[in-house]
Design a protein around this ligand. Structure first.
Ligand code: FE2
Length: 149
């Protein structure tokens, strides 16, 4: 089964379908926010989209980290540190939005998007290769991740 690439991004599939779907949705939410901001959407609309992005990002990171703990991923601490920085960046974006900050610009969003894409491209793909190795080794007695659901 092929896994969906995050929209308009090449080379981001990590080889685990569920995680790839979550990355697609995460980037789509950020893109939706950027579109709304550019179109001059009202504060309530912007805040609702950012709340979705924050909630979804936290859920997605928790699911990645649960898999890492389950399989004893050796780069867990470094990966989680990147997740924590990402959450801080998105929380800061939400705070800026709530304050109506004028420095909430397309450039700010582009930086965040670049950070997220680079996290997926390097840290998450490294984890994906690790997961493939676990799967190929038969999970070493653990339940295999559900790659194809
Ligand atoms: Fe990650």
């Amino acid at each position: 089964m092929t896994t969906p690439e995050p929209k308009s991004e090449a080379g981001l599939a990590i080889g685990a379908a569920e995680i790839d779907r979550e990355h697609t949705l995460q980037l789509d939410l950020l893109d939706r926010f950027a579109t709304q901001l550019g179109a001059g959407a009202d504060q309530e609309t912007l805040a609702a989209t950012l709340d979705q992005l924050v909630d979804f990002t936290k859920m997605h990171f928790a699911s990645e980290e649960a898999l890492m703990r389950l399989y004893g991923y050796e780069r867990f601490a470094a990966h989680v540190a990147q997740h924590e920085e990402t959450v801080e960046r998105i929380d800061a974006l939400r705070d800026a939005c709530e304050a109506g900050a004028e420095d909430l610009t397309a450039e700010t969003l582009a930086h965040l998007r670049h950070w997220l894409v680079e996290h997926i491209r390097y840290a998450d793909r490294a984890f994906g290769r690790f997961l493939v190795g676990v799967r190929d080794a038969g999970g070493e007695g653990l339940l295999p991740p559900r790659f194809d659901t």
